[in-house]
Design a protein around this ligand. Structure first.
Ligand code: F6P
Length: 543
């Protein structure tokens, strides 16, 4: 197949873009129904994409692009358990984690769904014991604090879900997260709690990740310093991993290990056993409801025609913004404080997946792949970076996310929150012309400063309430958007070789820092000098 940028459909999209004058003011004026027409519902979510710079022809061409790129074929190959993660020779089956009990999904000829349910049942039994105070610590005390130790996919999903679903959590069970190898993270998470009331979840797919292992060892030393008995590990440590051997080596009984499989990517794992902290917080029934939300979006993605398929449409419009409109970044703006960690979660999902520059065949790519994803909850962002989105020189694509019902009792404030969401997407799309600014009596010298060009594209996603179900569907939506974009860009969205080099160098440098002298340093002159300066000045050995 010719290179993506040389295919007639890509050229047609480029020509279509160049030929058009598509200010959103004009598009809305030309079609009074536009705000109703470019909308869609799926798995409890309503999408308004009318404020995107697209028309029927753009959508027709984009849908053709998806068809010609073989998105449906690739999706079906993923769902059949084929090893579409080509560079790691692995299946990609996060959809199996939320499959219906009677579904059959095979990897290498064996059905993986029964194993998924077996782990879920073990997690539920364990979570219930901890939540009900039945699982006691070594000294017989009830567990009051749970500390999840993990990083990347073994942290970002769990912490995001915990924050998002706080309203559904058992409030007397305090859940904390430690991820950074910076000891300050562990120190602050444990300084005001007692080992006898604390349960550590060591969450690591590989159980070899430097940061997680360093924190797990710190946790063990912290707990045993007080409990003074190796046998205490059994009551205060559980593991979530695919690597039973390493778990046992660390000293955690594999009876206290909750497993998952190599066909679950780290950034696609929050609904596997990696979600144990989520289940401890919200309970097994709410966790099931979250899985059902994921599954509903999976089914929509699997069955809806592309023109009405929410992940496909959002992926295509995102690609249009990135590759044709030149939007280098994608802001995610949840108007829901509980979703404050959602942008950070999406950063790993999207950028670790699609931050690639070679095709599946290893050929160099000459088009942009993943946008830079970022964001903050509204309305906080409005008093920070929105200035640039409204009047800066760069085009920023925005996804607004909101809910009709508040989870707090402050309903009037919820109305204000939502008014702000609607106001922002309106202001971004339509802006304010010089004539409008003048008509307000603005002196001429100030007019240019008060003009808003508008034509800034955005999606608005609305659901009834932030619940485990709607959260699951939302996460699945972005998982599939990421998949569709990766399929069109012809990259492996499921490997992450780009994180390896830094890991290897850090290990080497850690050994050099610990060495007796710096004679053996053989990096470039900058790195050598930095390491020398650090070695000469580090205060680490002082207590
Ligand atoms: O940063 C690379 C990475 O491999 C992520 O993909 C993964 O989520 C994270 O490290 C943590 O890995 P593990 O769960 O094996 O500790």
């Amino acid at each position: 197949m010719p290179k993506l940028t040389e295919r007639p459909i890509w050229r047609a999209l480029a020509a279509h873009w160049r030929a058009r004058d598509a200010h959103l003011r004009k598009l809305f004026a030309a079609d009074p129904q536009r705000g109703d027409k470019y909308t869609l519902e799926a798995a409890g979510w309503f999408l308004d994409y009318s404020k995107q710079r697209v028309d029927d022809e753009t959508l027709r061409l984009l849908l053709l692009l998806a068809e010609e790129a073989g998105v449906a074929m690739r999706r079906d190959a993923m769902l059949r358990g084929e090893k579409i993660n080509a560079t790691e020779k692995r299946a990609v089956l996060h959809v199996a984690l939320r499959a219906a009990k009677d579904q059959v999904i095979e990897v290498d000829g064996s059905d993986v769904v029964p194993g998924v349910y077996e782990v879920l049942e073990r997690m539920a039994a364990f979570a219930t014991r901890v939540r009900e105070g039945d699982w006691k610590g070594h000294t017989g005390k009830r567990i009051r604090h749970v500390v999840n130790i993990g990083i990347g996919g073994s942290d970002l999903g769990p912490v995001m879900a915990y924050e998002a679903l706080r309203a559904f959590s058992q409030r007397d069970l305090d859940i904390r997260f430690v991820s950074n190898v910076d000891g300050a993270d562990f120190f602050e998470a444990t300084r005001d709690i007692k080992p006898e009331e604390t349960l550590f979840i060591v969450a690591s797919k590989t159980f070899t990740t430097q940061e997680t292992m360093a924190n797990a060892h710190a946790a063990r030393a912290w707990a045993l310093a007080k409990l003074k008995d190796e046998a205490a590990v059994e009551k205060h440590f559980v593991a979530v991993s695919t690597n039973a051997e390493k778990v046992a080596e660390f000293g955690i009984d594999t009876a206290n290990m909750f497993g998952f499989w190599d066909w679950v990517g780290g950034r696609y794992s929050m609904d596997s056993a990696i979600g144990l902290s989520t289940m401890l917080a919200i309970g097994p029934d709410n966790f099931r409801a979250m899985l059902d939300g994921f599954h509903a979006m999976d089914e929509h993605f699997r069955t809806a025609p592309f023109a009405q398929n929410m992940p496909v449409l959002m992926a295509l419009i995102g690609l249009w913004n990135t590759n044709f409109l030149g939007a280098a970044t994608q802001a995610v703006l949840p108007y829901a404080n509980y979703l404050k960690r959602f942008p950070a979660y999406l950063q790993q999902l999207t950028m670790e997946s699609n931050g690639k520059s070679v095709t599946l065949d290893g050929a160099q790519i000459d088009y942009d792949t993943s946008a830079v994803w970022w964001g903050e909850p509204g309305t906080n962002g409005q008093h920070s970076f929105y200035q640039l989105i409204h009047q800066g020189t760069r085009l920023i694509a925005c996804d607004f996310i909101g809910f009709c019902d508040a989870l707090s009792p402050l309903h009037e404030q919820h109305d204000l929150l939502m008014a702000n969401l609607f106001a922002q997407s309106e202001a971004l799309a339509f802006g304010k012309t010089a004539e409008q600014v003048r008509a307000e009596g603005t002196p001429e010298w100030l007019v240019p400063h008060r003009v808003f060009a508008g034509n800034r594209p955005s999606n608005t996603l609305l659901a009834q309430t932030l619940t485990p179900y709607s959260l699951g569907a939302l996460v699945a939506l972005y998982e599939h958007i990421t998949f569709v974009q990766g399929a069109i860009w012809d990259i492996d969205s499921f490997d992450q070789w780009g994180v390896e080099l830094g890991k290897q160098l850090a290990q080497k440098i850690a050994a050099e820092i610990a060495a007796a002298d710096d004679a053996g340093l053989a990096h470039d002159s900058s790195t050598n000098a930095l390491v020398r300066r650090y070695r000469a000045n580090r205060g680490g050995r002082k207590t």
